[in-house]
Design a protein around this ligand. Structure first.
Ligand code: ADP
Length: 499
């Protein structure tokens, strides 16, 4: 049997492919960036053809780097930027409109209309989500309105809607397989996370015909085989999940109460809740983690809009450092933040506050404040925001994770990780291999093809993680966190005040 697993990691700014060997070592990696389109303020679009082209070239490049061919690949796993929406012609596989990216705010008016129709509670109960332009459903509506004749063609079954997983599966299989799985489907605003099927009430509310929706399969299992034209061989696609759920799987958070935080541009915190789908009262969303053997497993998710991008602001906006990694030395050049708190609400606040009117704030400045203090306070803010979400998770689920697993670019910062452990009061576990998202897709595909039978096989290969143990005294931890909450109050509702 062929030995390698190819993980396709289709992200917001680049398409990546990683070739894993049987021991889950990375043998080949190729990454290709693609263009971002900003047609109007707040709008973000991609060219679906370019996504496909770069993804295919990345896959070929990863194989070439490892000196192997498609014949050596036992299975393909796919993980992808979530919510981004593509509508294409079923017959020609040509997109009828640019892909509308998850970040894009262009469907805010459609969201307002859904809210005005009193659908907020209905949406939350059925999908676990909030009505927000972030999710796919309103993006589909937008495309069907924007392209003349599209509604009628969708009703006649001539058009396909897919998130990026579905688009890639369709292209990889030469149009033979039109399918998705629940971790992606649960981000569309159209999927009932309790029944595991598309929801007729929501489809009607958005006038989206069922005929344009993909088949929902298990996240682990055979989706189809690639057309031999692409990689020289028919390779089975056997594992698929959205990027954050894939990272949850890649981090080994398979049991209820296990949580991971990805520190990238923003932070995405997910906690596995097992077969229960707790309804959030505390400002989180409920999402499907994956479906295995026909059974849905769930997660609570909290997204923090600004994390690593606050570090970019220190670098590019403030000019305090030349490289992100220099923030660590600068932050530790002072014994503490000197009473300074930075609330990086540059685009409002996400979970658990959901305050669009909030704006960034620095409080506690004195004559002695330096860039080192502000830098330290900015890194600390990432840790404080993570605690905000962790507390919301504990309130919603009644579970407090014993340890937080971490990945993403900013988790390389040891100061940040130590502060995170200190302010949470639990250990932070950083794996040796930081490619959790691609690992997750490879692991799902490995299970799907029978190459992996036991999760422990993967964990053994991951090597010993590094633990950051909490050292801060409990009274200091709580008083610092209480001060953070006061700083957040200063940032909230700022735009409302008319400034
Ligand atoms: P994304 O996938 O969202 O692009 P990455 O996981 O690649 O993000 O992480 C990049 C982010 O992490 C950037 O916002 C960068 O500012 C931040 N970052 C990278 N290295 C460090 C570091 N050593 N300390 C703090 N932040 C960092």
């Amino acid at each position: 049997m062929a030995d390698f697993i190819l993980a396709l990691d289709q992200g917001t700014t680049s398409s990546r492919a990683l070739l894993f060997d049987r021991q889950f070592g990375i043998r080949g990696l190729e990454q290709l960036e693609f263009q971002q389109f900003f047609p109007k303020p707040g709008w973000v679009e991609h060219d679906p053809q370019e996504i496909w082209d770069t993804q295919l070239r990345a896959a070929r490049g990863a194989l070439a780097r490892a000196g192997v061919t498609g014949r050596d690949v036992a299975a393909i796993g796919i993980t992808n930027q979530r919510e981004t929406t593509v509508v294409w012609d079923r017959r020609t596989a040509l997109p009828i409109h640019p892909a509308i990216v998850w970040q894009s705010r262009q469907t805010t008016p459609i969201c307002d209309a859904l809210r005005a129709a009193g659908l907020e509670e209905e949406v939350r109960a059925r999908t676990g989500l909030r009505i927000d332009a972030y999710f796919s459903g309103t993006k589909v509506r937008f495309i069907l309105d924007a392209v003349p004749g599209a509604q009628a063609r969708a009703e006649a079954g001539e058009l396909c809607f897919g998130t990026i997983d579905t688009w890639l599966i369709y292209r990889l299989t030469g149009g033979r397989v039109f399918a998705t799985e629940p971790s992606n489907a649960s981000r569309t605003l159209l999927f009932n996370i309790h029944t595991g099927d598309w929801d007729d009430t929501l489809l009607q509310a958005l006038r989206i015909p069922r005929a344009m929706l993909p088949d929902v399969r298990d996240s682990v299992g055979l989706f189809g085989e690639t057309d031999p034209e692409w990689l020289g061989h028919a390779i089975p696609i056997t594992g698929v999940a959205g990027d954050q759920q894939s990272a949850l799987f890649g981090q080994g958070c398979l049991a209820p109460g296990q949580a991971k935080n990805t520190y990238g541009t923003g932070c995405f915190l997910l906690m596995n809740t097992g077969h229960e789908a707790p309804r959030s009262q505390a400002g989180l969303v409920t999402t499907v983690a994956w479906r295995r053997a026909g059974r849905l497993e769930y997660a609570l998710e909290g997204s923090i809009f600004v994390a690593g991008s606050a570090v970019q602001w220190l670098r590019d906006g403030m000019g305090f450092v030349a490289h992100a990694r220099e923030t660590e030395a600068l932050a530790t050049s002072v014994p503490d933040s000197g009473g300074v708190y930075v609330v990086p609400a540059f685009v409002g606040l996400g979970a658990p506050y959901w305050d669009e009117q909030a704006r960034g704030t620095i409080v506690g400045i004195t004559r002695g404040t330096t860039r080192a203090h502000v830098t330290r306070a900015t890194l600390e803010a990432i840790g404080f925001q993570t605690r905000d979400v962790m507390q919301a998770m504990a309130r919603d689920s009644g579970i407090s994770p014993a340890v937080l697993r971490v990945d993403g670019g900013a988790c390389e910062n040891d100061f940040l990780m130590q502060f995170q452990a200190d302010i949470l009061g639990i250990p932070v576990e950083r794996p040796l291999v930081l490619e959790a998202t691609a690992m997750g897709a490879a692991a799902l595909a490995g299970f799907g093809v029978g190459l992996v039978r036991d999760r422990a096989e993967i964990d053994r290969r991951l090597g010993a993680p590094r633990y950051f143990e909490p050292h801060m005294r409990a009274d200091e931890r709580e008083s610092r966190y209480a001060t953070w909450l006061r700083a957040v109050e200063r940032a909230r509702g700022w735009m409302e005040a008319g400034s």
